[in-house]
Design a protein around this ligand. Structure first.
Ligand SMILES: [Zn+2]
Length: 317
């Protein structure tokens, strides 16, 4: 019997970009720090071992354009992060000798993925990057984050022809930095599910935006122990409705896998299947627009790799 494979049978109709680069391993953290280069190594092993690599379009990573960085972050803050020398930005957030280059490349990966979508080369992408970004505020890095990769990507998206940008953040922690970047902006919608109360303390349901941005931030705080049922409601009911009303031109996903029940840093009870349903719902709500995922948290190595694999499978559907 001839084994038949290929696009005729529904595989790989959707072109999905995968962006990763050895430069991301150059951002070092102190021994025992959960945000370590091992996170990316475990993801790359999974992509290679599971046969996903051949189904993905590997794309090069370039540094984020300066004007997109400056559209989010204060110049003085960027100059301070770029200074040489190892030091702590806060008790959790370490800058190593070569952190600037990976930080620029992490934000740049999101921009590059969006460029490839705009050029029609892909329709979705996953950026396996570090350091993560969603806690980085315009003038302050924190929570393992130096540059806000999703926020810089959103400004890049607008510059290349996607005026309305949806950012959806399923990391277990609230993306205070992303919220701060667009709190008064009606052109970027920020949607977040997160454990609450928890680090960093923001993300109450009443935080809905201000001025022109009123109504363009939506926080779904979830108590410790919340799991698949709460996530199903949050995404199937609320996220879908917000997306339909906002009518975005592209979607950026802050993909943090510390929401999983196996993660050591938080206490939600989301299963593998729960992660799959979240991603599937986001993909279906954004089926007609470019969708770019960027890695945020996720600190149990095997769980992280497995959940990134689940995400890639859903992006490829
Ligand atoms: Zn997190």
């Amino acid at each position: 019997m001839v084994e038949r494979t290929g696009p005729l049978f529904g595989e790989d109709i959707t072109r999905v970009g995968f962006l990763c680069d050895p430069v991301f391993l150059e951002h070092r953290t102190p021994p025992g720090h959960p945000e370590s280069p091992r996170r990316l190594r475990s993801i790359l092993e999974m992509v290679d071992a599971g046969g996903l690599r051949r189904r993905l379009t590997s794309l090069p990573v370039t540094p984020a354009p300066r004007e997109d960085l400056l559209a989010v972050h204060d110049r003085a803050y960027l100059e301070a992060v770029a200074l040489p020398g190892e030091r702590y930005l806060d008790p959790d957030t370490f800058i190593s000798a070569r952190s600037w280059e990976p930080a620029l490349a992490a934000a740049g990966a999101v921009c590059s993925a969006l460029d490839s979508c705009r050029a029609g080369e892909i329709s979705r992408a996953f950026c396996a990057v570090r350091p993560p970004g969603h806690h980085a505020e315009p003038s302050r890095g924190m929570g393992f984050c130096l540059i806000n990769n999703a926020a810089v990507g959103a400004r890049h998206a607008q510059r290349i022809g996607y005026p309305r940008v949806m950012i959806v953040d399923f990391d277990v922690h609230h993306g205070n930095g992303t919220q701060a970047a667009f709190y008064d902006d009606e052109t970027v919608f920020y949607f977040s599910t997160h454990e609450y109360p928890h680090y960093p303390g923001t993300g109450a349901a009443g935080e809905r935006g201000t001025g022109k941005g009123a109504g363009f931030t939506r926080n779904i705080p979830l108590r410790a122990g919340s799991g698949d049922a709460e996530m199903h409601h949050s995404y199937h009911e609320i996220f879908r409705a917000e997306t339909a009303a906002f009518r975005p031109n592209c979607c950026i996903v802050s993909a943090g896998y510390d929401l999983h029940e196996g993660d050591p840093l938080a206490d939600l009870a989301v299963s593998d299947q729960g992660v799959r349903e979240i991603v599937r719902t986001i993909v279906s709500a954004c089926a007609d627009i470019p969708l770019v995922c960027t890695l945020e948290g996720g600190y149990h190595l095997a769980t992280l790799a497995r959940c990134v694999g689940i995400t890639l499978e859903e992006l490829l559907r």
